[in-house]
Every structure is written in structure tokens, then in C-alpha cells.
Write a protein that binds this ligand. Structure first.
Ligand code: GDP
Length: 489
């Protein structure tokens, strides 16, 4: 009874908090923009470039408020949430622009406030609106969203599901060591802390191997095992699923009982607070997707990414989850699914990348009943690290991209030194996305040989006064227009 009461009052407090946010928003209008995506999808680079382009007068022809000259001032301001780390914008930009290296990726939640002074487009609004909007950008690992389904699973079903997946497909090649260790112990035997830790470590190593560059499988929950934030090493993260659990309740003091308790603690102390304190307050959301990486790895990686995105999308449709619906008082009204790193392709392929990405989320949207209103898909590059050119090959013009491969990258047996530029033909994406998703059949032959090399960030020109120009991008302005252009109307 008492836990029910605490839950009730907790939820009531959250509802009041969000109403409070709303009321504060009337005085100082603000929009909370969530930026997420699985690890290495490009969150840090996206936020850094977006802010840099806004602060430094970047080329943003599709972002209407800037194009029409209605924006008078843009600045960074202290964020309202004292307990959340600040997004280290200055460090990231120094790396990108000054050192031409990619900044450190997202490891945990962080936040940045950008405030825009503007003149409203309508005479009526000009009378009543202060013409100021704060955008609170909240960066968080997409892995954390994958934990939502755990809330409706007990330890037994979590174990069964996770072990089943670990035994099939590509994952079976990576899970051997962990599963062997797990099979050697008796779930109903006495719990031993050192053994539990070894199991948790072996399980984490398996999850990590799935995510490695060569495999590129998407993360499976628990999301914090790879993205622990500040919880690294805590007991709530020291557990693992167990194969072949005997039927019936686990005896007190047994291995299975200890695992189960920690699994429940993970849900209570890690998963729920994130959704209540952070996720619940987001107004608009961008989900970055590294579709190119998955395309490069083939149908299993793509199917896997499709599954992970379905879990992510389900979070944005609170009706599908009773825990979320229990406290969400407002909903995210716009979601942008953005395929990143489009600068790895010639622009002729950008529409195809967009179509493939739409195909990746189509089933998920259908399943959660998202109407499509408020959800958009696009291909973009937060930072354009390449230029386009045409070379003549066997008498035919061939569209290529030119950039500086990062040190150590190899193309056709040649290793790059991080200084020299090179032109590469990135390959064509198929016009019909289905060709990529089918592991068998005649389409297999048509699977593209798309080659991806990692490039260094571009050299950015200096203007007269030692000022750097803004970071070049592809369609970042379109993303801005969709995400908050209407709030500056
Ligand atoms: P995060 O884990 O989501 O924060 O990912 P990052 O923003 O750190 O991006 C991961 C890596 O992807 C970077 O280190 C870059 O190598 C690459 N990357 C991200 N965005 C772009 C982009 O717009 N263009 C190119 N060429 N590479 C990008």
C-alpha cells in the first residue's frame, strides 16, 4: 500500500512540475529539444554544428526566421536545470574547427540553452509576444530509451528473451563465452558477489562486441550497460540474464534471487527516474540514425537497427505504454528521424538515403499507430566533411566526393596519413530500399557496394578579423525549420 501511495504522490508531483514548466513557459517561452540516437549516430556533432551555425551566421536558407531577417540576436545562456551537466559546446567546437578532429561522443545526458530574440512575422503576435524563445537542447543516449520495454517485463521474461536472441544469428558468434560462464553456475545455488560481477562483465562484453564496428548490431537493453552515465560499477548495473531458469520462485540468497533483485532495482532507480525527470519534459525530438553504417554491414544489421528504432519510436507514442501514460501530461508533437553523415554520399543519393530511412521506421510507425503527422524523415550532414566533384573514368563522368580520410583509414590497400585529400566514388544506393533488407533472393545480387571512409572535419576558412566562418552542413537548416521554425513565427 505504501509503495502505491509513494508512486501516486511521485506522479502527482511530476504532473505539477510539468504544469509549472508550462506556466514558466508563458513568461519566458521555451522549447525543449531532445537530441538522441544510438551511440556514434552523430548527436554531439549535430548539436555543435547547429549551435555554431546559429551563433555564427551560417548559411541557413531554409530556416525561415533567419532567411527573412527576423532574428536579431542569438546567444547561449545558463541553463535552468542545475542538476544536469552542461553540453560542452566550446570544447567540442574547438576540436572540430580548430583541431579538425571529431569531438568526444555523448556518454550521458547533458543540456545547453540557446536564446533567440526575433521579430514575429505577424503584426498581431508582435504586439503580444516578447519575441524571445529559449531552446533547451537535451542530449541523451538513445540506448536509454531501449530500456522502456523492460518496465513491463519481469526478470524471467527478460532473461528468456535476451538469451534467445543471444543464441541466434550473428549474435550467436559473440555470446559463447558469456553463455558458457552462465551455464556453468546453478541459478538456485548460493549467490556469490564475485561470480555475479564476472557474469555482468561477460554479458557487457558480449553487448559491446555486438556494437563493434565490424558487427554494427544495435544495442539491446539494458541500455546503461554500454552507456552507464555516472552509474558505472553500481550494484544496480551489476546483474545479467540467466539461461534456463528452473521453474518456480528463486530461493532466498540464491544467484537467481540476487540477479532478480538487482534487475528490479535497475528499473526502479535507473530507468524510471530518467523517463520521469528528463524524457517527460521534452517537446520536440530529433532521432539521429547512422543508416549508412548499417547498410554497409548488410541485411542483419539493418533488420537489427529497424528493431531498435521501433523500440525508440514506441517511446514517442505514450499510449502504447502504461508507465509513460501514467505521468506524461504533454506529448512530443514533432519527431524528426534524420539519417546522418549524408556527406559520405553524392547528393544524387540523398533522396535514396531518405527513402531507406523511411523504410527503416515505416513498420514501427505503423505498429505504434503514428499517423505520420508530426513525424518527418530526412537525410542530413551536420558537418559536411567532403566536396563533390566529377572525374572521368573509362570515358564516363563519375560523381565522386573529395575529403581528407582520417589517419589510418585504408582504401584499396592504401593507408592515409590524415593530411592528404582523396577522391572516392562512394557507390550508389539502390532506388528500391527493399533490395537492402532482403537477406535472400535475387535482390541479393543487386546489393550495393557502398564504401565508407571516415573523413576528417573540413578546413574552415577564416574571414578578415581572424573569425572562422560557420561549419558547412547539408540540410541542417531544414531540420531547424521543422524542429522549431514554427515557434519563431
Ligand atoms: P554520438 O555518439 O551520437 O554523440 O556521435 P558523434 O556526434 O560523436 O559522432 C560520431 C562520429 O560520427 C564522429 O566522430 C564522426 O566521425 C562521425 N560524424 C558524425 N556526424 C558527422 C557528419 O555530419 N559528417 C561526417 N562526415 N561524419 C560525422
Amino acid at each position: 500500500m505504501s509503495s502505491f501511495l509513494t508512486r501516486l504522490t511521485d506522479d502527482a508531483r511530476i504532473a505539477l512540475d510539468t504544469l509549472g514548466d508550462r506556466a514558466a513557459g508563458l513568461v519566458n517561452p521555451s522549447v525543449r529539444l531532445g537530441v538522441t540516437g544510438l551511440s556514434r549516430a552523430g548527436k554531439t556533432v549535430f548539436i555543435s554544428s547547429l549551435v555554431h551555425n546559429l551563433l555564427n551566421g551560417g548559411r541557413l536558407p531554409v530556416f525561415e526566421p533567419v532567411r527573412s531577417g527576423r532574428v536579431s540576436k542569438i546567444r547561449l545562456e545558463p541553463q535552468p536545470d542545475d542538476a544536469v551537466p552542461r553540453f560542452q559546446y566550446e570544447d567540442h567546437i574547438a576540436a572540430l574547427v580548430r583541431d579538425r578532429i571529431w569531438p568526444d561522443s555523448t556518454r550521458a545526458i547533458s543540456q545547453l540553452r540557446l536564446t533567440i530574440d526575433y521579430e514575429s512575422a505577424s503584426g498581431w503576435n508582435r504586439l503580444f509576444s516578447p519575441g524571445r524563445l529559449s531552446i533547451d537542447i537535451v542530449d541523451y543516449p538513445g540506448e536509454w530509451l531501449l530500456d522502456l520495454p523492460l518496465l513491463s517485463q519481469d526478470y524471467r521474461s527478460f532473461s528468456t528473451g535476451t538469451v534467445e536472441r543471444a543464441r541466434s544469428g550473428l549474435r550467436a558468434e559473440l555470446s559463447g563465452e558469456w553463455l558458457a560462464l552462465a551455464a556453468a553456475g546453478d541459478p538456485h545455488g548460493p549467490a556469490d558477489e564475485a561470480h555475479v560481477r564476472r557474469l555482468a562483465e561477460a554479458f557487457t562484453a558480449y553487448l559491446r562486441a555486438c556494437r563493434s564496428d565490424e558487427r554494427s548490431l544495435s544495442t539491446l537493453p539494458p541500455g546503461r550497460f554500454l552507456m552507464p552515465g555516472d552509474l558505472e560499477g553500481s550494484p544496480a548495473l551489476t546483474f545479467a540474464p540467466l539461461p534456463d531458469l528452473p521453474p518456480g520462485r528463486a530461493p532466498q540468497g540464491s544467484l537467481a534471487a540476487m540477479m532478480e533483485r538487482r534487475y528490479e532495482a535497475y528499473k526502479t532507480h535507473v530507468v524510471k527516474p530518467f523517463f520521469r525527470e528528463h524524457f517527460a519534459r521534452i517537446d520536440r525530438q530529433i532521432v539521429l540514425v547512422d543508416a549508412l553504417q548499417a547498410i554497409n554491414r548488410g541485411p542483419e544489421a539493418l533488420a537489427d537497427l529497424e528493431g531498435a528504432l521501433a523500440e525508440v519510436m514506441a517511446c514517442f507514442q505514450p499510449g502504447t505504454n502504461s508507465f509513460l501514460s501514467s505521468f506524461l501530461t504533454r506529448r512530443i508533437d514533432k519527431v524528426l528521424i534524420a539519417a546522418t553523415k549524408a556527406d559520405h554520399l553524392h547528393h544524387e543519393s540523398h533522396d535514396r538515403l531518405e527513402r531507406i530511412t523511411s523504410r527503416l521506421v515505416a513498420r514501427a510507425m505503423e505498429r505504434i499507430g503514428a499517423s505520420g503527422a508530426g513525424v518527418e524523415v530526412m537525410a542530413l550532414a551536420s558537418v559536411r566533411a567532403t566536396r563533390e566533384a566529377t572525374v572521368t573514368h573509362d570515358g564516363h563522368p563519375l560523381p565522386v566526393i573529395v575529403g581528407t580520410p582520417i589517419k589510418g583509414e585504408r582504401i584499396n590497400g592504401e593507408t592515409f596519413d590524415g593530411q592528404r585529400k582523396t577522391a572516392i566514388f562512394p557507390g550508389d544506393l539502390p532506388a528500391d530500399p527493399d533490395a537492402l533488407f532482403s537477406p535472400h533472393g535475387p535482390e541479393q545480387a543487386a546489393r550495393p557496394e557502398v564504401s565508407f571512409v571516415r573523413f576528417r572535419p573540413p578546413h574552415i576558412e577564416e574571414t578578415g578579423g581572424g573569425l572562422k566562418l560557420s561549419v558547412p552542413h547539408i540540410r541542417l537548416d531544414r531540420a531547424m525549420q521543422f524542429l522549431f521554425g514554427d515557434r519563431l513565427a
